[in-house]
Design a protein. Structure first.
Length: 227
């Protein structure tokens, strides 16, 4: 087969914010009643802030987190309290501490079919820790963390680093990520095909293949599993 590897983003693709941990901590710090369900409900709207290409990935992530809590009812004036609380939580344990329970089976199917698996993430040097915390790190032959290599998406060089380490040409790898302006544009600039993870259907009609989950990515490549 010409496609030999499937490479994934981490945040909002393999790893998700642990809203059950964030809601009570930020709620207590700000005095605003928050629930995991409320944070989850506004996350899709907040994700639009990630599509802006200006700033670093850390700045985009900060905008995203601030937008979630603002949309959930935390006054903008309490933004510093939110940031301080999240930073303290992240020091204790990776904020992105949840995953879709269907993901391990999907990764197993892909690996059993012969695909090499890897991760390319804009992160803070802790993406391996985050993947390990949810039991996913062992599925991946390669994990590229932007903090470790000094370049971040959408710069095509970070994809080139992954391809060089795997010994693959660009046409032999597929990238799966959730942000069009970062993941799709960056991967295409490096010559990779892309699937955009779009669980809320916000990118229907765009010039890219979309899937709602990692499990759907596996179905697209391998066909749906037998019932």
């Amino acid at each position: 087969m010409s496609l030999k590897a499937v490479l994934f983003d981490a945040g909002n693709t393999l790893l998700f914010l642990d809203y059950g941990r964030l809601a009570p901590a930020v709620g207590e710090a700000t005095g605003v009643a928050l629930t995991a369900e409320r944070l989850r409900a506004v996350a899709g709207e907040a994700a639009r802030s990630l599509e802006r290409r200006d700033g670093t990935d850390r700045e985009r992530a900060s905008r995203y987190l601030e937008a979630i809590f603002r949309l959930a009812g935390v006054p903008a004036a309490q933004g510093e309290t939110v940031r301080d609380t999240l930073l303290a939580l992240h020091r204790e344990k990776h904020l992105w501490g949840a995953m879709d329970p269907r993901t391990p089976a999907a990764l197993a199917r892909l690996r059993e079919a012969g695909y090499r698996l890897g991760v390319i993430s804009n992160s803070d040097g802790r993406v391996v820790e985050g993947l390990g915390a949810v039991g996913l790190v062992g599925w991946f032959e390669l994990v590229i963390d932007s903090a470790d290599v000094g370049v971040e998406k959408p710069d095509p060089r970070i994809f080139g680093i992954a391809l060089e380490r795997l010994g693959l040409a660009a046409h032999e790898a597929l990238y799966v990520g959730d942000i069009y302006e970062v993941d799709v544009i960056g991967a295409r600039a490096a010559g990779l095909d892309v699937i955009l993870l779009d669980p809320l259907g916000q990118h229907a009609g765009r010039d890219v293949t979309v899937a709602a989950t990692v499990a759907e990515v596996a179905d697209r490549l391998l066909g749906a599993p037998a019932a």
